[in-house]
Design a protein around this ligand. Structure first.
Ligand SMILES: [Zn+2]
Length: 257
């Protein structure tokens, strides 16, 4: 466990470093091109919504990673950039990657999209052009063994993760927390975001039909996968720490596949 402390910059909202999304996306696409990823723009009227895919020769795993759904959470797209540059992916995994799902929110440093919608509540009714384009793209993909969604929490005292694992498959949650703890404090509170938590892991009991609003993870667990993790880096810590924590956590999952 590290001894980095909160900066106490965040006050009512995220007040830390911001990114130039256009620049970061250019770097992401450049790194993807160099390493033979297929880059596509998602159908619809949203500029900046990309998917990156990379099939392998003899796939044993199908791995999905998304981020950038909240425009005030810059560590996710930067972690994707770092992972693409590192280029250490399992040789037997097909890969699907969405590097930024809310391109209009980042220039405003705002959780919601430019029209004020929290996209991570819009995956049941798909009212926004972003979630419609994303869900349309998801529907054309095969199922995933595992999905990871990278987020940040401006209020949190440390890293934590939500696990949706209805079939009780071998969990990746402890590996995620262990990897993040090497770089960043973990939120050890027994209650996080009003839900019971244990050692930085929240395991919500989710019945999608009871939920009027769906985050991306509930859409994924309903339509695409049986194992989903939402990683939350604490955004009151320095940006490079959060990027390193998210990237380390993703790599821990990849190497445990
Ligand atoms: Zn978020």
């Amino acid at each position: 466990m590290t001894t980095i402390t909160r900066r106490k910059l965040n006050d009512g909202s995220y007040r830390g470093e911001t990114i130039d999304l256009r620049e970061v996306l250019n770097d992401i696409l450049g790194a993807a091109r160099e390493n033979a990823w297929t880059i596509e723009t998602m159908e619809g009227s949203v500029p900046g919504l990309y998917s990156l895919t990379r099939p392998c020769f003899q796939p044993r795993h199908a791995f999905y990673l998304s981020t950038g759904l909240h425009g005030d959470e810059p560590a996710g797209p930067l972690a994707v950039l770092e992972l693409l540059r590192l280029n250490r992916w399992p040789p037997d995994a097909d890969l699907w990657l969405c590097p930024c799902l809310n391109p209009s929110g980042f220039p405003l440093n705002r959780r919601e999209n430019a029209s004020g919608m929290d996209l991570n509540r819009d995956y049941r009714h798909l009212k926004s052009p972003e979630t419609r384009a994303h869900a349309g793209w998801l529907q054309r993909q095969p199922p995933f063994d595992i999905s990871l969604c990278l987020h940040e929490d401006w209020e949190s005292n440390g890293f934590y993760v939500y696990e949706l694992n209805p079939d009780n498959r071998p969990s990746f949650a402890e590996k995620i927390i262990q990897a993040a703890a090497g770089v960043c404090p973990v939120d050890m509170s027994p209650v996080i975001e009003d839900r019971p938590a244990q050692n930085g892991v929240i395991r919500p009991h989710v019945n999608p039909s009871d939920r009027p609003q769906w985050p991306e993870a509930v859409y994924l667990i309903t339509h695409k996968t049986r194992q989903s993790y939402t990683l939350e880096a604490p955004s009151d810590f320095p940006l490079p720490v959060r990027v390193a924590a998210l990237a380390a956590a993703v790599q821990a999952v990849l190497s445990a596949l």
